[in-house]
Design a protein around this ligand. Structure first.
Ligand SMILES: C[S@@+](CC[C@H](N)C(=O)[O-])C[C@H]1O[C@@H](n2cnc3c(N)ncnc32)[C@H](O)[C@@H]1O
Length: 227
């Protein structure tokens, strides 16, 4: 079975119990980080955004609710069930100015490159480690950007224990994390005006599984390329 198929099936299965308090808090934190960078990098009045691997929209809903300049956000994911769960959350926004700012797309950008329009910003949180060829995806995402656009994504830094953070059935199908130096090299190759990759968050989680580290450490980095 291909990695995409395994990943889609996994997220389709876990979608109903996906959101928890910690993930909601994380989504709020990441949306604030994305918005701070978006506001610092763009002077344009109106922006279009693509959230790659948007899942249940935990990050992109607060992103849009807290940034009036985002007039359209495309939430892209290969798992239709994760997006369906996100769609239910959008029902709370019915009859508000925000409801028609979201468009959900269950597509696989590794094989489908047709997209309704080019966007100013691509954001992504915790999706790149699921990709077989993350560097290739950066090129695809760059091709979907308008001139002077920007890609920003958050994911796990490779640590000695980050492998154990991932669900056992997916461990052989994901990158345990990425070295920030490596990500920086990918960004450089995109040939933008600016790029950076910095760790900004550290977390430790107790683990009581036998023969595994008793504490799992993970760090998150923010990678950014502005064109
Ligand atoms: C760990 S979840 C993160 C969801 C969301 N970004 C968040 O922060 O809550 C990873 C998401 O990436 C999606 N994903 C994995 N591979 C993908 C691909 N090739 N194209 C689009 N989405 C993908 C999964 O279906 C899943 O919803």
């Amino acid at each position: 079975m291909s990695r995409t198929k395994i990943t889609r099936e996994f997220f389709n299965q876990v979608s109903q119990k996906w959101d928890n308090v910690q993930l909601i808090k994380l989504g709020n934190m990441l949306s604030a980080i994305f918005n701070k960078n978006i506001n610092g990098l763009f002077t344009k009045e109106k922006l279009t955004v693509l959230d790659f691997g948007a899942g249940t929209l935990t990050t992109c809903i607060p992103l849009v609710l807290n940034n009036d300049r985002i007039e359209k956000l495309y939430a892209v994911d290969i798992s239709e069930k994760m997006l369906e769960k996100g769609k239910k959350k959008l029902e709370d926004l019915k009859n508000t100015e925000f409801s028609d700012r979201f468009e959900l797309k269950a597509i696989d950008l590794t094989t489908e490159t047709e997209f309704p329009e080019k966007v100013d910003v691509v954001v992504s949180s915790m999706a790149f480690h699921h990709l077989k060829e993350p560097k290739k995806m950066l090129k695809v995402l760059k091709s979907l950007l308008k001139e002077n656009g920007c890609i920003m994504f958050v994911d796990y830094t490779l640590t000695e224990t980050s492998y154990y953070f991932h669900p056992a059935q997916l461990r052989e199908e994901v990158h345990a994390g990425f070295e920030t130096e490596k990500v920086l090299e990918w960004l450089k190759e995109l040939d933008g005006q600016k790029h950076s990759c910095e760790t900004f968050f550290h977390f430790e989680k107790p683990n009581n599984v036998e023969n595994e580290p008793q504490v799992i450490e993970f760090d998150l980095f923010l990678a950014l390329a502005k064109f």
